[in-house]
Design a binder for this molecule. Structure first.
Ligand SMILES: *Cc1c(COP(=O)(O)O)cnc(C)c1O
Length: 384
């Protein structure tokens, strides 16, 4: 039997990235970068201003909020947020159920910020009663930090409930919304946060290179002098942008112009509702199809964010992950290894310039590859 089917490809002929970011982006998002702009160019200054305003509008921030950009990947924004908002004599409750929670704790340790940890397993949301006890009893805590979608597993954490607890106990709330930003609702009018960190290259479908923190102005004003590094000084970055419309150091101009295009496409798709709707459909098709093939996903539906799905590794010794990965890549689908400590697993993302047809194509490829490898059932070792 001959198979003439060409590998699946993006608009620019590249393999599709079924990963947690960087992601497959539109052709136009890449095309708008074929120009040079000076950082003082009036067009660039206007584009940058629109980007920052649109990002703030995604959380309905209004005049009480401002977007402060930070050159670099998402972690640069998270580190800038934590080190700016938590004062030297403050303390933060870090909610951990995956690698990004651990990373926040490490940032606090390096910066010398007191961090109290509430950790649950990677497939378990925080225990809100335990969180409330800590907030009630530990007077040294001034802030609460949580990850909206822990990309390690794909779990959706209860951000609104955590925010309400923080508010009830007079603590300020800081959110790493990175992998959910633009796909799942986060509304400043409903969740009382001081700052939210995200980046250009996740659900807004831009290219990597710009992080940003959406900040409550009244709280940001009080952060002068808190920074522990020059480059990540969020307050200074903000003041300088307000005063001069310029970044303090070379901005990733091409990334910002491209991000502007990505935001146009995001708005044309219907904003959070449209983008989140497409990803939810991708996720539904993916999870349903993988279950039909015999795979088991880690999370129950109510905890699964439509961002990235963790599947248990099949027990059959004929299933070799590297072979599976390579064969999928040959067919134009790039997946992601697992990052869990609780179970041997791999991940497939639903975000980026992908639709339900792409997901069905990936499922057909998975089915063919299982047959090629001689795996009749991809069931994990012990039933989940
Ligand atoms: C992607 C991501 C980050 C940032 O990672 P970078 O590699 O620095 O871009 C932070 N938090 C979460 C939850 C993420 O998914």
């Amino acid at each position: 039997m001959t198979r003439a089917a060409a590998p699946a490809a993006s608009e620019t002929g590249d393999p599709l990235l079924l990963t947690p970011g960087p992601l497959t982006t539109s052709k136009r998002v890449k095309e708008v970068m074929v120009h040079d702009w000076g950082s003082r160019d009036a067009t660039f200054v206007r584009i940058n201003g629109e980007v920052l305003a649109r990002v703030r509008d995604i959380v309905n921030g209004g005049d009480d909020f401002v977007t402060v950009p930070m050159q670099g990947s998402g972690t640069f924004a998270v580190e800038a947020m934590l080190t700016a908002f938590i004062p030297r004599d403050g303390g933060v409750l870090v909610l951990i159920n995956g690698a990004y929670g651990h990373r926040a704790k490490k940032i606090c340790d390096i910066a010398g910020r007191k961090a109290v940890v509430h950790e649950t397993a990677e497939d378990t949301p925080p225990d809100l009663a335990a969180v409330e006890r800590i907030l009630r009893d530990d007077k040294s805590i001034t802030h609460v930090f949580a990850v909206m979608c822990e990309t390690t597993s794909g779990i959706l954490n209860p951000i609104a409930e955590i925010g309400a607890l923080a508010q009830k106990h007079g603590k300020r709330f800081l959110v790493d919304a990175m992998s959910a930003f633009g796909a799942l609702e986060l509304d400043a009018r409903k969740v009382q946060f001081d700052a939210v960190a995200a980046s250009s290259n996740k659900c807004i479908e831009g290219v990597p290179g710009l992080g940003f923190v959406i900040c409550r102005k009244a709280a940001l004003e009080k952060t002068a002098g808190n920074a522990t590094t020059l480059v990540l000084d969020l307050h200074d970055q903000w003041r300088n942008l307000e005063k001069t419309k310029q970044y303090r150091f070379t901005p990733p101009i091409h990334v910002i112009v491209s991000f502007h295009q990505a935001l146009e496409e995001f708005l044309a798709e219907g904003g959070v509702a449209g983008r989140g709707g497409r990803y939810a459909e991708n996720c539904r098709v993916l999870v349903g199809g993988m279950r039909d093939l015999g795979f088991e996903s880690l999370l129950p539906e109510r905890l699964q964010a439509p961002i990235i799905v963790t599947f248990h590794m099949p027990a059959d010794p004929r299933f070799v992950f590297q072979t599976f990965y390579d064969k999928l890549k040959e067919r134009g689908y790039v997946i992601y290894p697992g990052k869990l400590t609780v179970a041997d697993s791999f991940r497939i993302g639903c975000i980026g310039r992908l639709n339900a047809e792409h997901m069905r194509g990936a499922l057909a490829a998975v089915r063919d590859i299982l047959a090629e490898m001689g795996v009749s059932s991809p069931k994990p070792a012990k039933a989940a």
